[in-house]
Design a protein around this ligand. Structure first.
Ligand code: MCA
Ligand code: AMP
Length: 504
């Protein structure tokens, strides 16, 4: 019973004709379909020779088939490894070499390029899954048996690996167990009062924790339904809101809705909950949203390595600018980042997390894993405080991370890509306020030749190496970077200088 799929399916509605997903073309996918089509995908995986514990990497457009394939992986005991659709071939190459998947799944139009990337990385099999539900896997699944005995897995066995970038060095694969995912989704189901009557408006990508585990697992664990949108757009969300009861989003979703004159109380009369996370939601947006819609957005805080850690309460005060209280079973503490000593209430320090939600380590990186734990607690890299009522606030980041529209950009990765260009002597990459995306990426570059200022040339070169969301939105050329006595770039000075890059 430790296989996450079995724990989820135990909660599926008794009436299997009940809807799981409403698709944009009007198709309704029932819970009977979930059971049968995930079984078919599990059979296909077995036929392809994917064994228990094998990794299955996938870079495909959002579709219900990708969700059913994820469930098929769980059922077959494979480890699901989703990759951002924005990643370039160069980025995918690294993940495939590092994870050594038995199978790489791509979208049909990417097949030729993926065969080359997978071939170079020694991945034996490449199959396709595309957003029309076609692709070699889907075709095979249609012919496969719709019955499959879900394989037994221990709670500590891996269900998924999600890569997260790092402040320095290579991306790390966060290993998430069946227990990690199960504990968190059942905790959230209770905390947010999910029931079979809920209809989740799902506009997030499904290659990250937010859209895949929080949104999808909680829906399945509740026997609820979702309106599956291919991506966020104001038009599609405004159209779907009257049929939904819950929406989960990154702050940019809420910023964009507030900009839309159609967004008002009537539109959300049927809604019971708006959840925000993945990046800070400003207290201003929280207040404006409440005034416009009558809803206090429920902000929560999570990480790829830990799933969700804290949440504002369903009943009780949802305090703007805080990420709420530790979830049941999750221990959150704030310590002095230098000494590791606990900080008194109200004082800022490093946030550390322990609990059944915390991952089991970075794939094949035992030293990095050990370095990120302190007395059994995972060191989040986020700076925050806990007030006298137990509410956690995140006040900054100890890690050099930019969060842009809910996607993480690690400056070191962008700086490395820039510094490799023949025109660049050195660079510093910073995040500055952006009205839509929260933060925007700015690169400050010292060119090798004084007077060089061809921003387009550098951007073109970067586009082959870095996913679009990591590429700077502005490159500024300077003769020298500000450095301290130790020779370290003073990013605070740069952030102040360029604070107005995207805002008036
Ligand atoms: C799109 N672009 C972006 C981003 N998204 N650039 C930087 N950051 C982004 N997040 C690029 C596009 O390629 C396009 O490039 C240009 O920006 C404008 O695109 P636009 O149409 O405005 O964007 P969009 O397609 O509407 O997407 C914005 C979005 C989307 C809806 C905010 O990024 C999104 O769905 N974000 C959700 C991310 C997420 O799920 N994070 C959860 C991670 P060009 O100019 O070349 O056309 S999980 C996590 O963080 C933890 C665990 C947690 O707590 O949840
Ligand atoms: P990821 O690596 O994608 O899992 O991103 C995790 C990071 O997102 C956290 O360490 C935080 O810095 C940030 N984050 C997630 N939720 C929130 C939130 N509600 N407020 C502020 N930051 C958040």
């Amino acid at each position: 019973m430790s296989n996450l799929y079995n724990r989820l399916s135990a909660c599926f509605p008794a009436d299997a004709t009940r809807p799981f997903a409403y698709l944009p073309d009007g198709t309704v996918v029932s819970y009977a379909d979930v059971e049968e089509r995930s079984a078919a995908y599990a059979n296909v995986l077995r036929d392809l020779g994917v064994g228990i514990g094998d990794r299955v990497a996938i870079q495909a457009e959002k579709s219900v088939d990708m969700l059913l394939f994820y469930l098929g992986c769980l059922r077959a005991g494979a480890i699901f490894l989703p990759l951002n659709t924005a990643y370039t071939a160069g980025e995918i190459d690294y993940f495939l070499r590092d994870a050594e998947p038995a199978l790489f799944v791509c979208s049909a139009p990417q097949l030729d390029a993926s065969l080359r990337t997978a071939g170079a990385a020694n991945v034996a099999r490449v199959e396709t899954l595309d957003d029309g539900g076609e692709g070699s896997l889907t075709v095979a699944a249609r012919r496969a048996s719709a019955r499959f005995d879900t394989v037994a897995r221990a709670g500590q066995d891996l269900a998924a690996i999600l890569y997260t970038s790092g402040t320095t060095g290579r991306s790390k694969g966060a290993m998430l167990t069946h227990d990690n995912l199960a504990s968190n989704c059942f905790t959230l189901k209770d905390a947010w009062r999910f029931s079979a009557d809920d209809v989740l408006l799902h506009a997030l990508p499904i290659f990250h924790t937010h859209g895949l585990f929080v949104a999808t697992n909680v829906t399945l664990a509740s026997g609820a339904a979702m309106i599956l949108l291919p991506r966020f757009s104001n038009d599609a969300v405004v159209d779907a809101l009257p049929r939904a009861t819950v929406m989960m989003g990154v702050p940019t979703f809420y910023i964009r809705l507030l900009d839309d004159p159609r967004f008002n109380r009537d539109l959300v009369a049927h809604m019971r909950l708006f959840v925000s996370g993945s990046a800070p939601l400003s207290a201003d947006i929280h207040r404006s949203f409440r005034e416009r819609s009558g809803h206090a957005i429920l902000e929560r805080y999570g990480m790829t390595e830990t799933n969700m850690n804290t949440s504002n309460p369903y009943d009780g005060d949802r305090i703007a600018g805080t990420v709420g209280l530790p979830l049941p079973g999750v221990s959150v503490r704030v310590v002095d980042a230098e000494t590791g000593a606990p900080m008194p209430a109200g004082e800022v320090g490093m946030i550390e997390i322990a609990g059944p939600n915390v991952f089991s380590g970075y794939w094949r990186m035992p030293e990095k894993t050990a370095a990120e734990f302190h007395d059994g607690y995972f060191v989040s890299g986020d700076l925050g405080m806990i007030d006298a009522r137990g509410y956690v606030s995140i006040v900054g980041r100890g890690k050099d991370l930019i969060i842009c529209g809910g996607y993480n950009v690690y400056p070191a990765e962008v700086e490395t890509a820039l510094d490799e260009l023949p025109e660049v002597l050195e660079s510093a990459v910073i995040g500055v306020p952006h009205p839509d995306m929260g933060e925007g990426v700015v690169a400050v570059v010292v060119p090798k030749e004084a007077g060089f200022s061809d921003e387009d040339r550098l951007l073109r070169a970067l586009s082959e190496r870095l996913a679009r969301f990591k590429q700077p939105r502005r490159i500024v050329f300077v003769p020298a970077l500000p450095k301290n006595g130790m020779g370290k770039v003073q990013k605070t000075i740069l952030r102040d200088e360029h604070a107005k890059s995207f805002v008036a």
